[in-house]
Ligand binder design. Structure first.
Ligand code: ISL
Length: 537
């Protein structure tokens, strides 16, 4: 496969509303991102993924866009956004924008027109259906609601929403709508951005005939339907291929074989993808399962397409809490997970705060949570008459707010995030876990990430090397090699609270010290709890 800048990049996700607040309104903002670019440059990241900052009524934290051409007031204004892009480029970094094309806000002018009358020229920009047997057109749930359909009294029809009522799905069968989307994408690309993260991009094509789902919990949320690849090849032909950019598709519910159809270098669709076999489908850490998933995806894409590696983001609990040990081995565990993300095949993504080992949070009351997904589910379950405290406990681990608490810059009030009242509570452990502390500690998680990123810049084997899993069956130890042009690296990871001997018989440890390890001395015979080592063989 050809070598490209985006394959060699490390991406840092900025969830701006929780990153850095400079106007005291309790929300982070774009000026706040500008003020921290030197910090990101020091870390060594190449690309910044900015979560949606377009005009939005903010029911789903910006994933309900009401004007693709304006910046949300909470975030700032277009002048500030332009300065952000310029400052990112001045530091040799790149900026990709998060773009939501499956749905808009119900306050988007297109939807207001579409909903106004069956005869409106924009009626068909959205998915409207007559009632069936006096109710919704089918039995689909949406991701955030009991039904994927909402009845509109004005025109006597239902409209479809894969997510919240406030997020009507666009009708990608409508060519005029597609052309307006492509024009908008060119607008942002012509401003000089370096690509897009495309939200639930595999949902654009809906199942033919919108049939009932086999089981009552059937999700509208089923992607990879006929037509999706035609849309993406048209988008690529009319927009994407004309720019030197990175496009990463968020593609839930996809197998490696289907994933390749989106990112195969001969497919002319997208460059890479986030699949969710781990994030959505592996509730707790299972090293054997994780290795199977990694091995399958490596075999599925090898030589033809590029994977992306992540273990957390704004939708999923922080990795050191969910998959590591955020207590007695927090730093070792954070560094082990980072080693895995940065040495497995694929582009590594760092979710803000991960680089200082920030942990998930557990608030005491539903009132402390803002996530529409969690609040809707809580209301739905309590309305069934279930005990609210039981429902709350059930939903806690799933709340997306667990990873959305503000960035912890220092041990000052509000972790140095805001001088106002933060939009969501700050993790109380900010007094111990914060950037200031990390920069002052030469052995911090931050400097370990910095070393991993430096290694990537110096050693193409991390990016382009063949991968072989040497520890298949072991339930705690993950050992694999990366090889390129005669250079071979060995990565050893003990993902357990106990010491483990890796089956070193099949692996000859080199006499040299590891290139990088999260323990100071390498023991010849065993791996300490959450120990990670990278050897150059
Ligand atoms: O939240 C999830 C499961 O815990 C994810 O599967 C998520 O709902 C799904 O991947 C879609 O996420 C994207 O689209 C949503 C938005 O709420 C998420 O923040 C965004 O990442 C609707 O736009």
């Amino acid at each position: 496969m050809k070598r490209t800048w985006w394959k060699e990049s490390v991406v840092y996700q900025v969830y701006w509303r929780s990153f850095n607040d400079t106007d005291g309104d309790g929300y982070g903002d774009l000026q706040g991102v500008i003020d921290k670019l030197d910090y990101l440059h020091k870390l060594g990241v190449d690309v910044i993924w900015l979560n949606p900052c377009y005009e939005s009524p903010d029911f789903d934290n910006g994933y309900d866009i009401s004007d693709y051409y304006k910046i949300m007031k909470k975030a700032g204004d277009m002048e500030t956004w332009e300065r952000l892009l310029n400052e990112v480029h001045k530091r040799g970094m790149r900026l990709i924008m998060d773009l939501v094309l499956n749905h808009t806000s119900h306050q988007h002018p297109w939807f207001k027109e579409s909903a106004s009358s069956k005869m409106n020229p924009k009626r068909d920009y959205y998915i409207w259906k007559d009632p069936k047997d006096g109710g919704p057109p089918n039995n689909w749930r949406s991701y955030f609601e009991p039904s994927a359909w909402t009845f509109d009294e004005t025109t006597g029809q239902y409209y479809m929403h894969s997510f919240a009522v406030e997020q009507p799905d666009l009708n990608w069968e409508n060519e005029d709508m597609r052309e307006e989307i492509y024009e908008m994408m060119r607008y942002w690309l012509d401003k000089g951005i370096d690509g897009f993260r495309l939200d639930v991009i595999n949902l654009l094509a809906k199942q033919d005939g919108l049939p009932d789902a086999e089981h009552p919990e059937g999700l509208s949320y089923l992607g990879n339907n006929p037509g999706i690849h035609e849309y993406l090849q048209e988008m690529n032909d009319k927009v994407l291929r004309h720019y030197d950019i990175l496009t990463v598709g968020e593609i839930p519910f996809v197998t490696p074989e289907d994933g390749l159809l989106y990112v195969g270098e001969d497919r002319n669709e997208l460059h890479t993808l986030f699949h969710f076999e781990v994030a959505d489908d592996m509730p707790s850490w299972d090293m054997k399962r994780y290795k199977q998933i990694q091995n399958r995806w490596y075999e599925g894409l090898k030589g033809k397409g590029t994977n992306s590696q992540f273990l957390n983001n704004h939708d999923h609990t922080r990795q050191v809490t969910r998959f590591g040990n955020d207590n007695e081995y927090r730093k070792e565990s954070a560094k082990l997970l980072a080693t895995m993300m940065h040495t497995l095949p694929g582009i590594p993504y760092i979710y803000q705060g991960e680089e200082i080992g920030m942990t998930g949070v557990r608030f005491d009351s539903i009132e402390d949570y803002q996530d529409i997904a969690m609040k809707n589910k809580y209301e739905e379950e309590v309305e069934k008459g279930r005990d609210p405290s039981v429902v709350f406990e059930e939903l806690l681990p799933l709340s997306r707010d667990n990873s959305r608490t503000p960035m912890q810059w220092s041990d000052e009030d509000n972790a140095g995030f805001t001088t106002g009242t933060p939009w969501i509570k700050i993790n109380p452990n900010y007094t111990d876990i914060n950037v200031e502390e990390a920069l002052a500690d030469p052995h911090s998680v931050f400097y370990y990430y910095q070393q991993l990123i430096e290694l990537r810049k110096k050693h193409p084997v991390m990016v382009y090397g063949d991968y072989e899993d040497l520890s298949g069956g072991d339930e705690h130890v993950y050992a694999y090699t990366r090889s390129l042009d005669g250079e071979t690296w060995l990565v050893l990871l003990n993902h357990a609270d106990e010491e483990n001997t890796v089956d070193l018989n099949s692996i000859t440890l080199p006499p040299t010290e590891p290139l990088l390890s999260n323990y100071s001395e390498a023991d010849e015979t065993l791996l300490r709890p959450h120990e990670a080592r990278i050897y150059q063989l």
